[in-house]
Design a protein around this ligand. Structure first.
Ligand SMILES: Cc1cc2nc3c(=O)[nH]c(=O)nc-3n(C[C@H](O)[C@H](O)[C@H](O)COP(=O)(O)OP(=O)(O)OC[C@H]3O[C@@H](n4cnc5c(N)ncnc54)[C@H](O)[C@@H]3O)c2cc1C
Length: 622
């Protein structure tokens, strides 16, 4: 039987989501192959473009390599190429460098900025709808503020230090939020007073953030005003020049930075596909099953798609939830067509649980399930939670981990929801003495267990608090059951006093668990020796800085087990905190992790994900 080809064009939120679902569904069907075509070798995490443009996150943090996303899916081929056309009669997709026959096609090519023909936007303005545009804006912002700081002509200096954002939708308002925080960084870097940098939000409508209810939009506006943003409503930009913009019926604004976020339309390439588009945004028109009009076996999803539910005033919004939900409907149709099932497909129904507008890293406003207004810290966490959900939906633990790292633990200039408390680009050198001490201490403890009369390697029971073993134990047991002196609680040693045990006897639940693993003397002797070996390995790892994070995490586990076993004193609880402190990457300095961790990242990464590349040429992911 000839292979069935599913071609997905556009590896954005919709395309990646759909490809993951299709690859999973057809994983046991060798007759189905999925080709994912994108102009980049990576998925651009678009919702963080403004964070890249304003140096909150680094560019590589929003480039999710497609090979890493699909390496475990044998049925996916990756192609890095720019789609130029679709021949719906011959069922072929053409790209700049080839053509691809399809049995089923999913078009998810996203959107682009819409300047509504405003003169000068393309030549002198900046847009924010692709990775390249974000990088260009990032370079411009750093450059213009540096030049502005050095400019002595007051009018020119003011224009250079004025940043004007046009449009107060999600993109514009979120960008303004980032600029508020970035202003302080730019000011510091250029020895400026932050108040010299002006941020303006220019909106043609009488109100801002019109996709949210007035209460939430009002809170966002208040936050912006409080942070010095100049909000200009009823202000329509008519033309953009290098050093100023003109407004309808208003004075021009002197600025060298106009960032246009006022509109979005479908990717303009889709107009070449010979399919029906809507006149306003150029989006391809879909029916309720996300099938393209007049094109057999063609499905649509994401920002390049227009479908208006009968009871809704507008088409599906160009947001991530819209992209995912349209993709989910399209996937059902593709599966049905390939599997030839009678399964009924649920027509599209948009259910948008939450709209969150983050104004910088520390503040957000949200509308949840249309009923609840949430703002501040909780709304920011909600925004993160929505992002986490996407990683879960596309089964990417790797990028979920990376997200945590760049949003919480490796942020600069305190730009995260915890105001930088969770992140520090500090020097781990200072924790090296603690690492040597802590490792040596565990080694010393082991030394007492491997030699002499008290060795844990002779068959004499040392697990003294395991009451159910005492009966059958030999003379050693009777020694160990001698009544202990009453301990004194203290977090330091009190001379002449016995320290207090954390638990003087095992809690009942822990005893029942332990009995399962250590039911008799043979197992007890085995565990006694095993634990000592583990301790030695852990101690050596900590001392020499090898797998330092894991080794310290194990010591925390051991301490907890020792506590629950009734064998550990309050005075030694510092060990948990020392171990936590050493999990900061302390093995990377004067430790073997300096070599081992990068080596593992490279080789294990290669083994698991295959070769990542800047270009995929019909590469089978495995
Ligand atoms: C700055 C910013 C902030 C945003 N914030 C939010 C937010 O907070 N919440 C929210 O829900 N939404 C937000 N959005 C909107 C959201 O990013 C989009 O709705 C979403 O990305 C749409 O997904 P998509 O798959 O349709 O398109 P995209 O994610 O844009 O993917 C389209 C893909 O097609 C590829 N492509 C384009 N043209 C070609 C071609 N000719 N050949 C080959 N490949 C091509 C692109 O490289 C891209 O990978 C934001 C957007 C921006 C720009």
């Amino acid at each position: 039987m000839a292979k069935k080809n599913i071609v997905v064009v556009g590896a954005g939120f919709a395309g990646v989501y759909a490809t993951k679902k299709l690859a999973k569904h057809f994983k046991k069907n060798a007759d189905v192959e999925i080709t994912l075509i994108d102009r980049h070798s990576y998925f651009t995490y678009m919702t963080e473009l403004h964070e890249v443009a304003t140096e909150r996150v680094e560019p590589e943090h929003i480039q999710y390599d497609l090979q890493r996303l699909f390496s475990r899916r044998k049925n996916v081929r990756l192609v890095t190429d720019t789609v130029t056309g679709v021949d719906k009669d011959k069922q072929t997709v053409t790209t700049e460098h080839g053509s691809y026959q399809y049995d089923q096609l999913l078009i998810s090519l996203g959107g682009e900025s819409n300047d509504f023909g405003t003169p000068g936007v393309k030549e002198h303005g900046y847009e924010l709808w692709s990775f390249e545009q974000a990088m260009s804006l990032r370079a411009h912002l750093a450059d213009i503020i540096r030049r502005g700081a050095a400019e002595l002509d007051p009018a020119k200096r003011k224009a250079m230090l004025t940043l004007t954002v046009c449009g107060s939708g999600f993109t514009g308002s979120e960008l303004v939020g980032e600029l508020i925080e970035y202003r302080d960084v730019l000011a510091k870097d250029n020895k400026l007073d932050p108040s010299e940098i002006t941020i303006q939000l220019v909106e043609a409508a009488p109100t801002i953030i019109n996709m949210l209810n007035r209460t939430q939009a009002g809170k966002a506006a208040k936050y912006m005003t409080k942070h010095g943003v100049d909000i200009m409503t009823n202000s329509m930009i008519t033309e953009v020049f290098e050093d100023h913009v003109t407004l309808k019926d208003k004075e021009p604004i002197p600025t060298y930075t106009l960032i246009w976020t006022a509109g979005v339309r479908a990717n303009s390439v889709v107009k070449n596909f010979g399919m029906e588009t809507n006149p306003r945004g150029g989006r391809l028109i879909a029916n309720e099953f996300m099938e393209a009009k007049d094109a057999k076996n063609v499905f649509l999803a994401g920002d390049s798609t227009s479908y208006q539910e009968p009871d809704q005033p507008r088409p599906v919004p160009q947001i991530v939830q819209g992209a995912e939900e349209t993709a989910a409907t399209a996937v059902q149709g593709i599966i049905k067509n390939i599997d030839h099932t009678d399964k009924e497909i649920k027509p599209f129904h948009g259910a948008y649980q939450a709209s969150v507008d983050s104004i910088g890293s520390k503040y957000a406003v949200a509308q949840v399930l249309d009923n609840w207004n949430v703002s501040g810290f909780i709304a920011v966490l909600l925004k993160h939670a929505i992002n986490w959900l996407y990683y879960v939906q596309i089964f990417s633990g790797y990028y979920l981990f990376q997200y945590f790292m760049h949003e919480f633990f490796r942020t600069r200039n305190r730009r995260n929801v915890f105001r930088g408390w969770t992140s520090r680009m500090g020097n781990v050198l200072w924790s090296v003495p603690l690492r040597f001490f802590y490792g040596a201490m565990w080694l010393w403890d082991c030394w007492t267990k491997v030699q002499g009369k008290e060795s844990w390697f002779v068959d004499k029971l040392r697990l003294t608090s395991f009451s159910w073993l005492q009966v059958s134990a030999t003379s050693g047991a009777s020694e160990s059951t001698t009544k202990a002196a009453k301990g004194i609680f203290s977090l330091s040693y009190m001379y002449g006093k016995d320290p207090l045990l954390v638990f003087d006897k095992m809690p009942a639940w822990f005893e029942s668990v332990t009995k399962v693993f250590i039911p008799n003397m043979q197992m007890a002797f085995f565990f006694q020796k095993l634990m000592t070996c583990v301790e030695i390995a852990v101690a050596l790892c900590i001392f020499f800085g090898l797998f330092t994070w894991l080794a310290n995490a194990i010591t925390i586990g051991l301490v907890v087990v020792f506590c629950l076993s009734g064998m550990f004193y309050w005075v030694n609880l510092w060990m948990i905190f020392a171990a936590l402190a050493l999990m900061n990457g302390s093995g990377r300095t004067f430790g073997l992790d300096y070599w081992v961790v990068p080596w593992m990242q490279k080789h294990l990464g290669h083994w698991w994900y295959g070769n990542v590349s800047s270009h995929y040429d019909a590469v089978k992911t495995r």
